[in-house]
Design a protein around this ligand. Structure first.
Ligand code: 1DF
Ligand code: MN
Length: 366
């Protein structure tokens, strides 16, 4: 592929496919339901602060977001082309089904999976998708996950952190984790607004959103999954986490030290001995994406402590759509082989993407 062969300003001669792994979408039906919930003051404080903003603000960014979330066709593809993103792994935007009562959650999950699978069939070079489920109806969730993966060809499960205040380490959700392990597909543990109990002081300071509150909520969720022993019980479970692991790699030494101390002193009943150190689960069960975190020092540090085969590119479209951030990551201080791994191969491997379809799409665009 030559420089003249593409009209794409940033993918010329890149030498790798850019696969973006935390890309958001929403069916119109879900946004309509969200609007009805807002009008009736349903959904809780976090929902109101997050979705209220994106559904009603006249500012440019929320307008762009609500306009682009629902598109699984030409305008999304044009935006991807404009910044050189070859392929997007799409997940139902936060909070997805997870602010909804069980019946509505099931209905939205089913229609989302159908719409998303249709877009992936239409544009196999450009889109792959993650299944959504209604988590509170656990047997229904297992069935829908199996349908999503086996019948619809989706590539994993999106979980937008807390499930109306509940967390995946609770035993009631084990059948879903068991199904993920059996199907050999990853869980994408994506941010949500903090739960109703945690949100108070964050909201008071305006820190409940992507600026920090999402990471507090989602990092805690991931830690609960680890410290509860879920990954000893399901040792082949694969979990993908955005925002470079919601900051947790920076905590590895302290997590291991404090966890060991708490086990030794039997300080809390919930902190039990684990088969591995807390940080070691990140090198066995967990993959991290660079969504929202395009900054070289943090990406390079994270690769160093979890391994280069576990850190991969994500954009977080349409929430963070900047050509500059693609370029920042094109310019990471890595060898060309390491960039292939970061932008392309890690995602292909963990999501089991169709490399042939993705590559052929690129050729047809040049
Ligand atoms: C925001 C960020 C919103 C992310 C999201 O979904 C989201 C935001 C409502 O900035 O308000 O998925 N994100 O993943 O960083
Ligand atoms: Mn996101």
């Amino acid at each position: 592929m030559s420089a003249q062969a593409t009209n794409n300003p940033t993918s010329e001669n890149a030498g790798y496919l850019r696969i973006a792994t935390e890309e958001a979408w929403a069916p119109i039906e879900m946004l309509d339901l969200y609007r009805r919930m807002l009008a009736k003051n349903e959904g809780g404080p976090g929902f109101e602060r997050l979705i209220g903003h994106y559904m009603t603000s006249d500012a440019e960014r929320p307008r762009f977001v609500r306009d682009r979330l629902t598109d699984l066709g030409e305008s999304r593809l044009a935006d991807m082309d404009a910044v050189g993103v070859d392929h997007a792994v799409l997940g139902l935007t936060s909070p997805g089904t997870q602010a909804l009562a069980p019946d509505a959650a099931r209905e939205i999950a089913t229609l989302s999976n159908d719409h998303l699978a249709e877009a992936c069939r239409r544009y196999p070079a450009r889109f792959s998708g993650l299944a959504a489920v209604g988590f509170e109806d656990v047997p229904g969730a297992v069935k829908e996950l199996e349908r999503g993966i086996t019948d619809l060809g989706l590539k994993g499960l999106i979980c937008n952190s807390h499930i109306r205040g509940h967390y995946l380490d609770e035993q009631q959700f084990y059948p879903i984790l068991e199904a993920l392990e059996a199907l050999e597909v990853p869980l994408y543990l994506h941010p949500n607004t903090p739960n109703d109990i945690m949100i108070g002081p964050l909201a008071e300071a305006g820190l409940d959103g992507g600026i920090y509150g999402f990471a507090v909520e989602t990092g805690m969720h991931l830690l609960r999954i680890i410290t509860s022993g879920v990954l000893d019980r399901f040792p082949r479970l694969k979990i993908v986490v955005g925002h470079l692991g919601e900051g947790l790699p920076f905590w590895f030494y302290r997590l291991d030290y404090m966890h060991g101390g708490q086990v030794a002193s039997k300080r809390y009943e919930a902190i039990k001995p684990l088969q591995l150190k807390v940080s070691e689960y990140f090198r066995r069960n967990i993959w991290l994406t660079s969504s929202g975190m395009p900054w070289a020092p943090t990406i390079m540090y994270t690769r160093e402590v979890v391994g280069p085969d576990r850190v991969m590119y994500a954009m977080d479209y349409p929430y963070q759509y900047l050509a500059e951030e693609v370029r920042m990551q094109d310019n990471l201080p890595m060898s060309s082989q390491e960039k292939v791994q970061f932008f392309q191969d890690n995602a292909i491997r963990v999501f089991d993407l169709d490399e042939t379809a993705i590559s052929s799409g690129r050729v047809s665009r040049v």
